[in-house]
Design a protein around this ligand. Structure first.
Ligand code: CAA
Length: 241
């Protein structure tokens, strides 16, 4: 039977492209989202089921993942930690609520999901964990102390999981997208976005499909030796490492 993949935040934006690409590559895919409306629309359009749970909440995630495993008769073998939000403001205007929301959804979610799939992967002797970080976790960004901190934390988490998983057939890698053509980026003020795109040597935003194909590459059975890596997909905006 085809391997089972879970994509968090998988019914919208980047996550939707990732869910579709994994399905097209032959995997059984379950997307996760918190928004029932967009979930229904996504399933109607793609045939991909969406599990509704909040990845920033451990108990909700634990129950959601247990249900997916029970319904699919086996463990999640590919986990794509994609769910993320922004709450941009310069530090001198940043509220504790906006700090905590971004840390919880973008970083603590990594623990909540991975903790609840890792035992199944260890038993199976196989796992592919792909964590979506960001160029702004590598280089920082004005107005994103919360987001940059969370996304940099994702890179450390990814590497520690790689150390722990390698001997059990589990890989853990991160992708750092640059500015991708999604709703999240569309929220940036046009004059600000213009200055950002002007710095991208490729001269345009990335497309969600360009991140999705990188996920499919990392998810492959043949990608066993590619472990603990950070892949930058940013149109040469920043070359880190
Ligand atoms: N660099 C340097 N200075 C900047 C600046 C920048 N990027 N943006 C604003 N400033 C300056 C302003 O000109 C202003 O200067 P003065 O006080 O001298 O007038 C000062 O900083 C403060 O600016 P504001 O009070 O106007 O700040 P604000 O409250 O309006 O917030 C902001 C500004 C919304 C954070 C804006 O800077 C911004 O949108 N920055 C980009 C954030 C960004 O890139 N987000 C990415 C979202 S998408 C994503 O995150 C996906 C991914 O992984 C890449």
């Amino acid at each position: 039977m085809a391997r089972l993949a879970l994509v968090t935040g998988g019914a919208r934006g980047l996550g939707a492209a990732i869910s579709i690409a994994l399905k097209d590559a032959g995997y059984r895919v379950v997307a996760n989202d918190v928004n029932e409306e967009s979930a229904k629309e996504f399933t109607a359009k793609t045939g991909i089921p969406v599990a509704i749970f909040d990845v920033s909440n451990f108990e909700s995630t634990k129950a959601g993942i247990a249900k997916i495993v029970a319904e699919n008769g086996g463990p999640i073998e590919i986990l794509v930690n994609n769910a993320g939000i922004t709450r941009d403001a310069p530090l001198h205007k940043m509220t504790p609520e906006n700090w905590n929301a971004v840390i919880n959804v973008n970083l603590t979610s990594m623990f909540n999901t991975t903790r609840n799939v890792i035992e199944g992967m260890r038993e199976k002797g196989f796992g592919r964990i792909v964590n979506i970080s960001s160029v702004n976790g590598q280089v920082g960004q004005f107005g994103q102390t919360n987001y940059s901190a969370a996304k940099a934390g994702v890179l450390g988490f990814t590497k520690a999981v790689a150390h722990e998983g390698a001997a059990k057939g589990i890989t853990s890698n991160a992708i750092c997208p640059g500015y991708i053509n999604t709703e999240m980026v569309a929220k940036i003020a046009p004059e600000v976005l213009k200055t950002i795109v002007a710095k991208v040597p490729t001269g345009r935003l990335g497309e969600p499909s360009e991140i999705a194909r990188t996920v499919v590459f990392l998810a492959a059975d043949e990608a066993q030796y590619l472990n603990g890596a950070t892949l930058s997909v940013n149109g040469a905006l920043a070359m880190c490492g």
